[in-house]
Design a protein around this ligand. Structure first.
Ligand code: F6P
Length: 319
């Protein structure tokens, strides 16, 4: 292995830059040439490949987003697109590829592996929905952004004695809602993994009002329904006025937390080591503070279950 390349793909996540830095510097440390591919698989198809050096990743560990840019490529979904991508890797003499992204990006990585090209995945998505790793890069920053927003909403909610619904991202997963809700002290948390019980939500709000609570904050994962629809339902059931805040893409930006920088650095470093060991079709992950390797097929095909214990606890703490 003499030359490796890396790309970021799918939704960006804070900490991706720390992972890029780790891959580039670990590669150079091992005397590899390291190439950055711009705009994910789209850039790989277009041949947007540039050589990276130690300086190309200076001053980025603290920056959100991805300096390599990212995209969701339709062309890569086709066999012709993948062949073009593979040809570009080969004509540039690249021997292995690190893909930083989520499950869609890993499906692409598996396709390259099946064409005989060594690939290692590094999980980067705010959704924390990847099997085989307790954390994905960006999740910790995202939930901290959400709890900061909840703190601010709480101020105005208390002043006006209002009920607020806060919609968070997560695609089909409730991890952001669950952990931000637990850390932010939400009254109810609605997640796609559990059938919403609106009667219970209403009862909780009523109990709160009875004991003199001046506000209620309900977190709704986007995978459940639009917070506007949920708010209509609750308004009809209770006859009260609810305010809705959709946090949207602010959850994807911002300077990464220490935890995200650390896991990104460690997983990026391991990805290069795995390529050097001649391995492929693996993802780096974190389990009990240890960095581990996970089959990419598992990461993509197995479902990461929501932590029901934590979910139940959040319910108990907000009685
Ligand atoms: O996967 C990350 C994520 O932010 C999801 O939480 C969200 O559903 C989706 O990406 C939004 O994608 P886009 O930025 O393409 O609208």
């Amino acid at each position: 292995m003499k030359k490796i390349a890396l790309l970021t793909s799918g939704g960006d996540a804070p900490g991706m830059n720390a992972a890029i830095r780790a891959v580039v510097r670990t590669g150079i440390y091992h005397n590899l040439e390291v190439y950055g591919i711009e705009r994910g698989y789209a850039g790989l198809i277009d041949g947007a490949i540039r050589k990276m050096n130690l300086g190309s990743v200076a001053d980025i560990i603290q920056r959100g987003g991805t300096i390599l840019h990212t995209a969701r490529s339709k062309e890569f979904m086709t066999p012709e697109g993948r062949q073009k991508a593979l040809n570009n890797l080969k004509t540039n003499g690249i021997d292995g590829l690190v893909v930083i992204g989520g499950d869609g990006s890993f499906r692409g990585a598996i396709e390259l592996h099946n064409l005989g090209f060594p690939v290692i995945g590094v999980p980067g998505t705010i959704d924390n929905d990847i099997y085989g790793t307790e954390l994905t890069i960006g999740f910790d920053t995202a939930i901290n952004t959400v709890i900061d927003a909840i703190n601010r909403i709480r101020d105005t909610a208390t002043s006006h004695e209002r009920v607020f619904l806060v919609e968070v991202m997560g695609r089909n997963s409730g991890w952001i809602a669950l952990e931000a809700g637990l850390a932010g002290g939400a009254e109810s948390i609605l997640v796609p993994e559990i059938e919403p019980n609106y009667k219970e939500v209403v009862e909780r709000i009523k109990r709160g009002i009875e004991r003199g609570k001046r506000h209620s904050i309900i977190l709704v994962a986007e995978g459940v329904d639009s917070a506007y629809n949920v708010s209509k339902k609750i308004e009809e059931m209770m006859g009260i006025d609810i305010r809705v805040t959709v946090l949207g893409h602010i959850q994807r930006g911002g300077t990464p937390t220490a935890l995200d920088r650390i896991i990104a650095s460690r997983m990026g470093g391991l990805a290069v080591e795995l390529l050097l060991q001649g391995k492929s079709n693996l993802m780096t992950g974190i389990k009990g503070k240890k960095i581990v390797e996970v089959p990419l097929d598992d990461a993509v095909n197995k479902k990461k279950e929501l932590d029901l214990e934590a979910y139940n606890l959040a319910g108990i703490l907000s009685i």
